[in-house]
Ligand binder design. Structure first.
Ligand code: ATP
Ligand code: MG
Length: 180
């Protein structure tokens, strides 16, 4: 039996924001848009690791614990549809540097540990729908929600009974930004 697990680093959404996103999505998109992501699964991926061994998972867990990254907030003020991957998403027009740095250091550690990293630029986003392969009418405005990131986590992606579920394996706090 393979001991490999499908892992990724991500930011989670607070429960209140999950509910707001779900309600806004239902109010602004027709049901046939695609496969809606479950509230508990809404997240921003920082680095995808793929199916990896326990040894690699342990190594990446150790380096994650040594990362010195700062807290940040971002505004969800952007929205789009990638027809190729069938993803409808919300994101931010101005990704904070602390977010870009955190993702970049996680992705370079992942690459160094043999986890293939996409060559596409990092585009932080929350996936709202998958399998959205037909044209989608994008709402003209986003609700401008704020996301305060105070921690990041390592997740395992599990596929059970026809559904994808994420299990949080470990969470690390982000440091207070220096007073200005
Ligand atoms: P499902 O595959 O059931 O539609 P999912 O895509 O959320 O659900 P995973 O495929 O395990 O579940 O992906 C977990 C996270 O990693 C998601 O944010 C997904 O977009 C991202 N991800 C998956 N595959 C890749 C990849 N090859 N490169 C970059 N990110 C990926
Ligand atoms: Mg997937």
């Amino acid at each position: 039996m393979s001991a490999e697990r499908r892992l990724f680093f991500a930011l989670s959404l607070p429960a209140k924001l999950q509910k707001q996103v779900i309600k806004w999505r239902a109010d602004h998109f027709p049901a046939e848009t695609g496969r809606p992501v479950a509230a508990a699964n809404l997240h921003i991926t920082l680095a995808f690791l793929g199916e990896i061994s326990e040894l690699k998972a342990e190594a990446l867990t150790r380096v994650a614990g040594r990362i010195q990254a700062k807290k940040f907030s971002l505004t969800l003020d952007d929205i789009g549809h990638w027809p190729g991957s069938g993803v409808v998403w919300i994101g931010t027009k101005r990704a904070p540097n602390a977010l870009l740095q955190l993702a970049s250091v996680l992705r370079s550690h992942a690459a160094r540990n043999g986890c293939h990293q996409s060559t596409l630029p990092f585009h932080p986003h929350v996936t709202l729908y998958r399998n959205a392969t037909r044209p989608v009418a994008i709402p003209p405005a986003t609700p401008e929600w704020m996301l305060e990131a105070t921690e990041f986590s390592l997740y395992e992606s599990l596929y059970e009974k026809g559904r994808t579920r994420y299990r949080c394996l470990q969470t690390w706090p982000l440091a207070d930004a220096p007073a200005t």
